[in-house]
Design a protein. Structure first.
Length: 85
């Protein structure tokens, strides 16, 4: 099974969405493999795409079919700010 067919969802179209999501997933993985803490905003700027898209790719990374990576998160700065990394 290729990454193009591993994505799913009711609105997912493999031909339209597969290459874009696979490419973004690869870029997110490459950036994050060093284990450094980063905000969604920073990751999105580095790899291209939206914070929501990057967040979805990080969730994908946790899934066994995409590698089952351990993806930690923590609050950044003032806890009331709602910023996570």
């Amino acid at each position: 099974m290729t990454q193009l067919t591993m994505f799913d969802g009711s609105t997912y179209n493999p031909e339209l969405d597969g290459p874009r999501l696979s490419s973004q997933l690869d870029r997110v993985k490459m950036l994050m493999l060093d284990g450094r803490w980063r905000t969604l905003e920073y990751i999105a700027k580095c790899v291209g795409g939206s914070e929501a898209g990057v967040s979805a790719r990080l969730r994908d990374c946790r899934k066994l079919k995409f590698g089952g990576y351990k993806v930690d998160r923590r609050r950044r700065g003032d806890p009331k700010s709602g910023v996570w990394e």
